[in-house]
Ligand binder design. Structure first.
Ligand SMILES: Nc1ncnc2c1ncn2[C@@H]1O[C@H](COP(=O)(O)OP(=O)(O)OP(=O)(O)O)[C@@H](O)[C@H]1O
Ligand SMILES: [Mg+2]
Length: 429
């Protein structure tokens, strides 16, 4: 208001950068946040390298995206980058590059090149040790180290960006920085990162994102295969019809899409190997539930967001829930892009479809050969015909669920069970 005396109170760089280290990232999610930046910059190739060097280990994340000019790089290194975002751009807060990196290391350098023909690099560094000493937000220019030189080499041929993490105090605390334990830890983090990126970016890796080329990601030279929680190659899965909900936001409304899938039980999978692979990083039970995608990038993988509990009987139930970035506020996406809250209206709308999905998943689980209660000593032919009848049963249930309330669905099943008890039993109703 006019006339009021104001005083500018700039935050203490030393204090704030220290506290921003702990806003909920781990190694894998920090790398995923950097991969978001690469994808937003149009990259089609992202490489993650971890290098163990006693006391000088480092991590590089390189891409072949558009790169940054000097001015853009300075802005990129500002906590709270000033810029606008298009709809469904993966960035939102202007923080990820800094907060993700400093959650793992003390020294962040970005090496970037925009010119297609001239190998001219911009190199800028944010160093927590320096910031702690000077208590300023200064960045340094043209630092050098073996890791930074390797980053330049990666951009020798064409434009792109390399993020360099050095002084990995959170990854390799000093007393482990030269031990076998340290080496194993870095290599185990790399392999968990590979699993995490295969999952989080599976649609990008499989060219399933509209208007986007395929993205290839390698971790320590191993090319990642997409890990799709819905097992698209499995013939025996049941895909329920997609449901679309309109959710209001500031400017109008936006769609939230829900699609439930019942995965095949272990004995109906194409192979044991595929069954194990589909189990996912946290294994079958904890991987059941909602897979929430923000602009095609996974931000939650499994769990029912409080709609119901994890249950062995519904472990085959998984559902994709998709929203666009114009619902970011409604979903309360966090800086690390690994947590959302279901808006109350979405929670309400999901109750029924989630319940229906779980009824079907429970059924698929119970009729599997491994579930308790399957008759022993059935011949192969008898088992095949039993299975076929139960398939008819599950298709019937899916159809019944499609346009009826749950009560109608239950009473239709009761009617069948009363009138044709044997048939209902054979159909698994
Ligand atoms: N690999 C990259 N290639 C090109 N530009 C990049 C790259 N990484 C970061 N940038 C630029 O730096 C900016 C800041 O990145 P940062 O991750 O800190 O924030 P953001 O992506 O804008 O938002 P969020 O905090 O949600 O990630 C980006 O908006 C982008 O303009
Ligand atoms: Mg970002």
């Amino acid at each position: 208001m006019a006339g009021l005396r104001t005083l500018e109170v700039a935050p203490s760089a030393a204090r704030l950068t220290g506290s921003l280290r702990d806003i909920g990232y781990d190694f894998m999610t920090a790398i995923a946040d950097l991969a978001d930046n690469s994808i937003a910059a149009g990259a089609t190739r992202i490489n993650v390298f971890t290098q163990f060097v006693p006391h000088d280990s480092y991590v590089l994340i390189s891409d072949d995206g558009a790169g940054m000019s000097e001015r853009e790089l300075v802005e990129a290194l500002r906590f709270g980058t000033r810029r606008d975002y298009d709809k469904n751009e993966l960035g939102r807060f202007g923080l990820g590059l800094k907060t993700g990196s400093f959650s793992q290391c003390r020294r962040l350098t970005v090496v970037t090149r925009t010119a297609p023909t001239r190998a001219r690099f911009q190199v800028m560094t944010l160093d927590l040790n320096r910031i702690a000493q000077t208590d300023t937000w200064d960045i340094t220019v043209d630092e050098t180290s073996p890791a930074i030189e390797r980053a330049k080499d990666l951009l020798r041929e064409s434009p792109g960006t390399v993020v360099v993490w050095e002084d990995l105090d959170r990854v390799l605390p000093e007393r482990y920085a030269e031990t076998g334990w340290g080496r194993r830890r870095l290599s185990s983090l790399a392999s968990r990162t590979a699993d995490h990126l295969s999952m989080v970016f599976h649609r990008f890796l499989a060219s399933e994102v509209a208007g986007r080329n395929q993205v290839v990601i390698c971790v320590d030279d191993t090319k990642l295969e997409p890990w799709d929680p819905f097992a698209p190659g499995e013939r025996e899965r049941t895909v329920l019809p997609e449901q679309v909900f309109e959710v209001e936001n500031d400017g109008g409304s936006s769609e939230v899409r829900f699609r439930g899938v019942v995965l095949p039980a272990r004995d109906r999978f194409s192979s044991l190997e595929q069954f194990e692979r589909l189990s996912g990083p946290q294994k079958w039970n904890r991987q059941q539930g909602l897979y929430i995608y923000r602009a095609d990038r996974l931000v939650q993988h499994g769990g029912w967001s409080g709609l119901r509990g994890i249950d062995e009987h519904t472990k085959l139930a998984r559902a994709a829930l998709d929203f666009d970035t114009d619902l970011d506020e409604a979903f309360q996406i966090n800086v690390a892009k690994m947590h959302v809250e279901l808006p109350p209206v979405v929670r309400q709308m999901l109750e029924r479809p989630v319940h229906e999905l779980c009824v079907l998943a429970d059924d698929a689980y119970r009729r599997s050969a491994n579930a308790p209660g399957t008759p022993e000593g059935m011949t192969k032919a008898a088992r095949a015909s039993d299975t076929a009848l139960r398939d008819v049963g599950i298709a019937l249930k899916a159809a019944l669920l499609e346009d009826r309330s749950l009560e109608d669905f239950r009473s239709a099943l009761d009617l069948m069970r009363n009138r044709h008890p044997n048939l209902a039993k054979q159909l698994g109703l």
